[in-house]
Design a protein around this ligand. Structure first.
Ligand code: SF4
Ligand code: SF4
Length: 271
Protein backbone atom coordinates (compact mmCIF):
# COMPACT_ATOMS: atom_id res chain seq x y z
CA UNK A 1 0.00 0.00 0.00
CA UNK A 2 1.02 3.55 -0.54
CA UNK A 3 -1.78 5.29 1.34
CA UNK A 4 -1.53 5.84 5.06
CA UNK A 5 -3.23 8.01 7.68
CA UNK A 6 -0.98 10.56 9.34
CA UNK A 7 -1.05 11.38 13.03
CA UNK A 8 -3.13 14.54 12.61
CA UNK A 9 -6.28 12.48 11.91
CA UNK A 10 -9.21 13.98 13.85
CA UNK A 11 -11.16 10.69 13.94
CA UNK A 12 -14.12 12.06 12.00
CA UNK A 13 -14.73 8.68 10.34
CA UNK A 14 -15.56 10.18 6.92
CA UNK A 15 -13.03 8.00 5.11
CA UNK A 16 -14.13 4.62 6.44
CA UNK A 17 -17.31 4.11 4.37
CA UNK A 18 -15.60 5.39 1.22
CA UNK A 19 -13.07 2.59 0.97
CA UNK A 20 -14.07 0.01 -1.68
CA UNK A 21 -11.91 -2.57 0.05
CA UNK A 22 -12.94 -2.05 3.69
CA UNK A 23 -9.31 -1.30 4.40
CA UNK A 24 -9.99 1.50 6.90
CA UNK A 25 -10.92 0.97 10.52
CA UNK A 26 -10.92 2.83 13.81
CA UNK A 27 -7.55 2.27 15.44
CA UNK A 28 -6.15 3.54 18.69
CA UNK A 29 -5.91 6.52 18.82
CA UNK A 30 -6.66 7.27 15.13
CA UNK A 31 -8.11 5.55 12.07
CA UNK A 32 -5.77 3.19 10.26
CA UNK A 33 -5.45 1.64 6.79
CA UNK A 34 -4.75 -2.09 6.45
CA UNK A 35 -1.93 -2.28 3.86
CA UNK A 36 -3.00 -5.78 2.87
CA UNK A 37 -6.39 -4.46 1.70
CA UNK A 38 -5.55 -1.03 0.29
CA UNK A 39 -5.28 -0.83 -3.51
CA UNK A 40 -5.01 2.96 -3.61
CA UNK A 41 -8.50 2.57 -5.08
CA UNK A 42 -7.05 1.09 -8.27
CA UNK A 43 -9.90 -0.76 -9.97
CA UNK A 44 -12.54 1.59 -8.55
CA UNK A 45 -11.56 5.23 -8.86
CA UNK A 46 -8.91 7.33 -10.52
CA UNK A 47 -8.27 8.96 -7.13
CA UNK A 48 -7.90 7.74 -3.55
CA UNK A 49 -11.42 7.88 -2.10
CA UNK A 50 -10.27 8.29 1.50
CA UNK A 51 -8.05 11.25 0.61
CA UNK A 52 -10.91 12.83 -1.34
CA UNK A 53 -13.15 13.09 1.72
CA UNK A 54 -10.61 13.66 4.48
CA UNK A 55 -11.29 17.14 5.90
CA UNK A 56 -7.76 17.55 7.22
CA UNK A 57 -5.82 15.96 4.35
CA UNK A 58 -4.11 13.24 6.32
CA UNK A 59 -4.65 10.31 3.92
CA UNK A 60 -1.29 10.57 2.28
CA UNK A 61 1.15 8.58 0.20
CA UNK A 62 3.50 6.42 2.21
CA UNK A 63 6.89 6.99 0.59
CA UNK A 64 8.29 3.91 2.30
CA UNK A 65 5.77 1.62 0.67
CA UNK A 66 5.46 2.20 -3.04
CA UNK A 67 3.55 -0.32 -5.14
CA UNK A 68 2.99 -0.52 -8.88
CA UNK A 69 -0.37 -0.34 -10.60
CA UNK A 70 0.14 -3.96 -11.67
CA UNK A 71 0.48 -5.11 -8.07
CA UNK A 72 -2.51 -3.03 -6.95
CA UNK A 73 -4.92 -4.23 -9.65
CA UNK A 74 -3.84 -7.81 -8.96
CA UNK A 75 -4.78 -7.21 -5.32
CA UNK A 76 -8.14 -5.71 -6.32
CA UNK A 77 -8.87 -8.78 -8.46
CA UNK A 78 -7.94 -11.06 -5.60
CA UNK A 79 -10.13 -9.14 -3.14
CA UNK A 80 -13.10 -8.96 -5.52
CA UNK A 81 -13.20 -12.19 -7.54
CA UNK A 82 -16.83 -11.48 -8.37
CA UNK A 83 -15.91 -8.25 -10.19
CA UNK A 84 -14.67 -8.07 -13.76
CA UNK A 85 -12.25 -5.16 -13.94
CA UNK A 86 -11.33 -5.56 -17.61
CA UNK A 87 -8.31 -3.80 -19.06
CA UNK A 88 -9.53 -0.21 -18.87
CA UNK A 89 -10.10 -0.15 -15.12
CA UNK A 90 -10.11 3.03 -13.06
CA UNK A 91 -6.72 3.95 -11.69
CA UNK A 92 -5.02 7.01 -10.31
CA UNK A 93 -2.01 6.06 -12.42
CA UNK A 94 -3.98 6.99 -15.54
CA UNK A 95 -6.35 9.65 -14.34
CA UNK A 96 -9.28 10.22 -16.67
CA UNK A 97 -8.37 7.22 -18.80
CA UNK A 98 -10.35 4.58 -16.93
CA UNK A 99 -13.46 2.67 -17.93
CA UNK A 100 -15.38 5.54 -19.50
CA UNK A 101 -12.48 6.70 -21.63
CA UNK A 102 -11.49 3.11 -22.38
CA UNK A 103 -14.96 2.19 -23.58
CA UNK A 104 -15.13 5.30 -25.74
CA UNK A 105 -11.77 4.68 -27.32
CA UNK A 106 -12.59 1.00 -27.86
CA UNK A 107 -15.68 2.09 -29.76
CA UNK A 108 -13.71 4.64 -31.76
CA UNK A 109 -11.15 2.03 -32.76
CA UNK A 110 -13.72 -0.51 -33.96
CA UNK A 111 -14.11 -0.12 -37.72
CA UNK A 112 -17.10 -1.20 -39.77
CA UNK A 113 -20.85 -1.07 -39.44
CA UNK A 114 -22.54 -2.51 -36.37
CA UNK A 115 -24.20 -5.88 -37.00
CA UNK A 116 -27.57 -4.80 -35.66
CA UNK A 117 -29.50 -1.62 -34.80
CA UNK A 118 -29.33 -2.45 -31.11
CA UNK A 119 -25.55 -2.77 -31.29
CA UNK A 120 -25.37 0.63 -32.99
CA UNK A 121 -27.48 2.31 -30.34
CA UNK A 122 -25.97 0.59 -27.31
CA UNK A 123 -24.25 3.19 -25.11
CA UNK A 124 -20.76 2.56 -23.81
CA UNK A 125 -21.03 0.86 -20.44
CA UNK A 126 -18.93 2.43 -17.72
CA UNK A 127 -18.96 1.03 -14.22
CA UNK A 128 -22.21 0.64 -12.36
CA UNK A 129 -23.79 3.78 -13.77
CA UNK A 130 -23.17 3.54 -17.50
CA UNK A 131 -21.88 6.77 -18.98
CA UNK A 132 -22.94 8.84 -15.98
CA UNK A 133 -20.12 11.05 -14.73
CA UNK A 134 -20.59 12.50 -11.29
CA UNK A 135 -19.55 16.08 -10.63
CA UNK A 136 -16.50 16.43 -8.44
CA UNK A 137 -16.95 18.13 -5.11
CA UNK A 138 -14.17 20.48 -4.14
CA UNK A 139 -14.39 20.13 -0.40
CA UNK A 140 -13.29 23.17 1.55
CA UNK A 141 -10.64 22.26 4.09
CA UNK A 142 -10.15 23.41 7.64
CA UNK A 143 -6.66 23.93 9.00
CA UNK A 144 -5.45 21.61 11.77
CA UNK A 145 -7.50 22.30 14.88
CA UNK A 146 -4.55 23.98 16.62
CA UNK A 147 -3.58 25.94 13.50
CA UNK A 148 -5.83 28.93 14.19
CA UNK A 149 -4.64 32.31 15.37
CA UNK A 150 -6.92 34.50 17.46
CA UNK A 151 -6.69 38.30 17.51
CA UNK A 152 -6.50 39.33 21.16
CA UNK A 153 -7.25 42.91 22.14
CA UNK A 154 -5.15 44.22 25.04
CA UNK A 155 -7.43 45.67 27.70
CA UNK A 156 -4.70 48.16 28.67
CA UNK A 157 -3.51 49.72 25.40
CA UNK A 158 -6.33 48.49 23.15
CA UNK A 159 -3.74 47.09 20.72
CA UNK A 160 -4.53 43.85 18.91
CA UNK A 161 -2.08 40.97 18.66
CA UNK A 162 -2.52 37.51 17.21
CA UNK A 163 -2.04 34.48 19.38
CA UNK A 164 -2.09 30.83 18.36
CA UNK A 165 -4.88 28.84 20.01
CA UNK A 166 -2.24 26.71 21.72
CA UNK A 167 -1.42 29.75 23.89
CA UNK A 168 -4.90 29.80 25.40
CA UNK A 169 -4.34 27.10 27.98
CA UNK A 170 -5.67 27.83 31.46
CA UNK A 171 -3.22 29.87 33.52
CA UNK A 172 -0.96 30.78 30.60
CA UNK A 173 0.29 34.36 30.71
CA UNK A 174 0.18 36.25 27.42
CA UNK A 175 2.06 39.53 27.12
CA UNK A 176 0.87 42.33 24.87
CA UNK A 177 3.66 43.05 22.34
CA UNK A 178 2.65 46.75 22.32
CA UNK A 179 2.51 47.70 26.00
CA UNK A 180 3.81 44.47 27.60
CA UNK A 181 0.73 44.20 29.82
CA UNK A 182 0.07 40.61 30.82
CA UNK A 183 -3.20 38.70 30.36
CA UNK A 184 -3.79 35.47 32.20
CA UNK A 185 -5.91 32.92 30.35
CA UNK A 186 -8.77 32.02 32.64
CA UNK A 187 -10.89 28.92 32.37
CA UNK A 188 -13.82 30.76 30.74
CA UNK A 189 -11.67 31.98 27.82
CA UNK A 190 -10.09 28.57 27.43
CA UNK A 191 -13.53 26.97 27.60
CA UNK A 192 -15.01 29.26 24.93
CA UNK A 193 -12.20 28.62 22.47
CA UNK A 194 -12.03 24.89 23.12
CA UNK A 195 -15.80 24.47 22.89
CA UNK A 196 -16.08 26.55 19.74
CA UNK A 197 -13.33 24.63 17.95
CA UNK A 198 -14.35 21.15 19.11
CA UNK A 199 -18.02 21.74 18.29
CA UNK A 200 -17.22 23.32 14.94
CA UNK A 201 -14.83 20.55 13.85
CA UNK A 202 -17.23 17.89 14.95
CA UNK A 203 -20.13 19.59 13.13
CA UNK A 204 -17.96 20.05 10.04
CA UNK A 205 -16.99 16.38 9.95
CA UNK A 206 -20.54 15.19 10.61
CA UNK A 207 -21.98 17.41 7.91
CA UNK A 208 -19.43 16.23 5.39
CA UNK A 209 -19.96 12.60 6.30
CA UNK A 210 -23.73 13.02 5.98
CA UNK A 211 -23.28 14.80 2.66
CA UNK A 212 -21.07 12.01 1.34
CA UNK A 213 -23.48 9.35 2.62
CA UNK A 214 -26.45 11.15 1.06
CA UNK A 215 -24.70 11.34 -2.29
CA UNK A 216 -23.78 7.67 -2.06
CA UNK A 217 -27.38 6.82 -1.20
CA UNK A 218 -28.77 8.91 -4.04
CA UNK A 219 -26.27 7.41 -6.46
CA UNK A 220 -27.23 3.89 -5.34
CA UNK A 221 -30.93 4.74 -5.79
CA UNK A 222 -30.19 6.20 -9.20
CA UNK A 223 -28.28 3.09 -10.22
CA UNK A 224 -31.05 0.85 -8.89
CA UNK A 225 -33.71 2.81 -10.79
CA UNK A 226 -31.71 2.56 -14.00
CA UNK A 227 -31.23 -1.16 -13.47
CA UNK A 228 -35.01 -1.55 -13.11
CA UNK A 229 -35.55 0.56 -16.24
CA UNK A 230 -33.05 -1.58 -18.10
CA UNK A 231 -34.72 -4.81 -16.94
CA UNK A 232 -38.16 -3.50 -17.96
CA UNK A 233 -36.87 -2.46 -21.36
CA UNK A 234 -35.18 -5.83 -21.86
CA UNK A 235 -38.47 -7.56 -21.05
CA UNK A 236 -40.28 -5.25 -23.49
CA UNK A 237 -37.79 -6.04 -26.24
CA UNK A 238 -38.07 -9.75 -25.52
CA UNK A 239 -41.87 -9.54 -25.89
CA UNK A 240 -41.54 -7.56 -29.13
CA UNK A 241 -39.09 -10.09 -30.51
CA UNK A 242 -41.49 -12.92 -29.68
CA UNK A 243 -44.36 -11.02 -31.27
CA UNK A 244 -42.40 -10.48 -34.50
CA UNK A 245 -41.33 -14.10 -34.53
CA UNK A 246 -44.92 -15.32 -34.01
CA UNK A 247 -46.20 -13.12 -36.83
CA UNK A 248 -43.51 -14.38 -39.19
CA UNK A 249 -44.37 -17.97 -38.21
CA UNK A 250 -48.01 -17.30 -38.97
CA UNK A 251 -47.25 -15.76 -42.36
CA UNK A 252 -45.06 -18.69 -43.34
CA UNK A 253 -47.48 -21.21 -42.00
CA UNK A 254 -50.55 -19.85 -43.74
CA UNK A 255 -49.03 -18.73 -47.03
CA UNK A 256 -51.21 -19.70 -49.96
CA UNK A 257 -48.50 -20.70 -52.36
CA UNK A 258 -49.35 -21.14 -56.04
CA UNK A 259 -50.64 -24.65 -56.59
CA UNK A 260 -51.50 -25.21 -52.99
CA UNK A 261 -54.70 -27.24 -52.92
CA UNK A 262 -57.55 -25.39 -51.33
CA UNK A 263 -59.04 -27.09 -48.36
CA UNK A 264 -62.73 -27.38 -48.22
CA UNK A 265 -63.96 -24.54 -46.10
CA UNK A 266 -60.75 -22.57 -46.38
CA UNK A 267 -61.10 -18.88 -46.91
CA UNK A 268 -60.65 -18.96 -50.75
CA UNK A 269 -62.56 -22.11 -51.54
CA UNK A 270 -66.09 -22.13 -52.87
CA UNK A 271 -67.07 -25.54 -51.69
S1 SF4 B 1 -6.68 4.59 -0.97
FE1 SF4 B 1 -8.66 3.65 -1.50
S2 SF4 B 1 -8.33 1.45 -1.09
FE2 SF4 B 1 -6.71 2.56 0.03
S3 SF4 B 1 -7.56 2.92 2.05
FE3 SF4 B 1 -8.00 4.74 0.85
S4 SF4 B 1 -10.09 4.36 0.08
FE4 SF4 B 1 -9.27 2.36 0.76
S1 SF4 C 1 -11.31 11.30 7.05
FE1 SF4 C 1 -9.25 11.93 7.66
S2 SF4 C 1 -9.53 12.86 9.68
FE2 SF4 C 1 -11.39 11.68 9.26
S3 SF4 C 1 -10.98 9.65 10.19
FE3 SF4 C 1 -10.35 9.53 8.06
S4 SF4 C 1 -8.17 10.03 8.07
FE4 SF4 C 1 -9.00 10.71 10.01
Amino acid sequence: MATMIANDCINCGACEPECPNNAISQGDPIFVIDPVLCTECVGFHDYEACAAVCPVDVCVTDPKNVESEEVLIARARQLHPETSFGDSFESRFRKGQGKAAGAASDAAQTPGTPASPSAAAAPAQSGAVGGFAEADVNYVELPPIDGWNIPLRCYKCNGVHEQNVKNFTIGNVIFCPHCHKSTVVRDNLNYHIRTLLNDSYSKWANEQREFVERRERELAQFVERRAKDAAAFEAHQQRERERISEQLDTIGDTYDAAGKPYKKGSRFSWG
